[in-house]
Design a protein around this ligand. Sequence first.
Ligand SMILES: [Ca+2]
Length: 255
Amino acid sequence: MRTIIPFLLASFLFACGESTENTEMTQSTRSTDKETTSEDLETKAKRHAEARLGISPTEKYTLEIYPENLDGDEKPDAIITLNRLEFAKNEAAKSKNPVKHAELGFMGNYNYIFYYDGGLDKISPEILVPSSPNATLKVTFEHIASEKFKDILIDYRVLNASFRNFYTVIEHTPRHVFQWKVFDGINKTEKEAYHFSYTEGTLGPQKDILVMKATMKDPGKVADIYSFEPEITPTSEQLYRFFYYPREGKYMSKK
Ligand SMILES: [Ca+2]
């Protein structure tokens, strides 16, 4: 036995040395680890969402995962979006006025986000984003509250318009801090559009949000208003400035 143990130890040490010295090997192992983690999160997210929302095993829904650093610790987090268009259509079909529901784009409670906290390895309860399920939620990220992590921007559609919700993760929970219209007026004469910029915070470390005027190109008659992405051109005209008030946990114009 005495001779076997040192031999095993030596081969173990040799193996360790080999894997740390070989960069290519380490990198390929890392990327495999990442894929496994994201697959695991998808399985976990599906199980979590189905249980939370009472989704039946036969329902077809859309789930997307957007990884990002959302709280400043070293563990990657993610935003999970869920869209229940099929369920919305089935509900409408069972209602008294299915045509009206279709005309309104099945507007209702069918789009959700969940927050995956990498540090806690936990998925949050669902956060409802009332909107038309004809469009899935659009997710982008920006440094607004801090340079150490990003805030969550969720775009959703209501009829001819698109809106944006802003969330900041505070104590492991995304807080809804601001909301504004992105554009309005597809298939209408009157059109409006906005863009946003973020400047040094006046009241604290959280940046001020500037709502800037933009123009929306007239595309003519659009067949599917929900999948259509209008051409928006930013201008340098500032319309409003919003400040983050920590006590209210919201962006507001100056008191
Ligand atoms: Ca994190």
